[in-house]
Design a protein around this ligand. Sequence first.
Ligand code: VGL
Ligand code: ZN
Length: 232
Amino acid sequence: MRRAFFFVIAAFVCATSLLISAPIVFGKDAVGVIVVDVQGDFTKWKNGSLAVNGTDEAFVDKVKKATEDLKKKGLLVFATQDWHPKDHISFCTNHEGKKPFEAIQVDGRTQVLWPAHCVQDSENAKCLLDNSLFVAVVRKGQDKKFDSYSGFQDDGGKTTDMDAILKKRGVKELIVYGIATDYCVKATAIDAAKAGYKVTVIEGLCRGVAPESTAKALQEMKEKGITIKQDL
Ligand code: VGL
Ligand code: ZN
């Protein structure tokens, strides 16, 4: 009899505690970070072939420190890595008579021609942050026929594993920063917003190829519902 009474009380306590602790959470929403293309070839520090202004060692240190802090807070950190074959369509060296930063038309798409950069397995294709910071590194631009500024898909529409990896980890919100604001950061942030993530770009942890296109990129991201913050 005493036992039965105890069980009734226990059941009551369990039921009420479940009710007052509502809502019942099945899987916690995670915040993710995407560090975009912080690779030697995009930095002045490493004398990169496509070195972007303001990418000295101090900038990379700032990005490293911020990334370590976010990881310590429990955010899930991912990276993208530009990873081109030698015969990649975006290299001016693969188009006779073309100069770097010239734009050409390829199958109705505009392709900016760049100096050869981030060639697979080359020293300056390496990510400058320790790989142990990342849950995953998503490589892009591996198909010689298509460029891929976005970490989510290339210009031919072929998707990377990014969205699936983020979904699997329960990521709903993303903090995005890196190089370059006007190309890969912009494309990655916009595709993330399109895929339904709540996106914040940290301007102070980004560097752009050119001032005008960088200003335009920030404006375009804002118009697409992306939050632009100066610092973390
Ligand atoms: C990038 C130009 C070419 C970037 C990559 O990371 O923004 N820019 N490939
Ligand atoms: Zn590239």
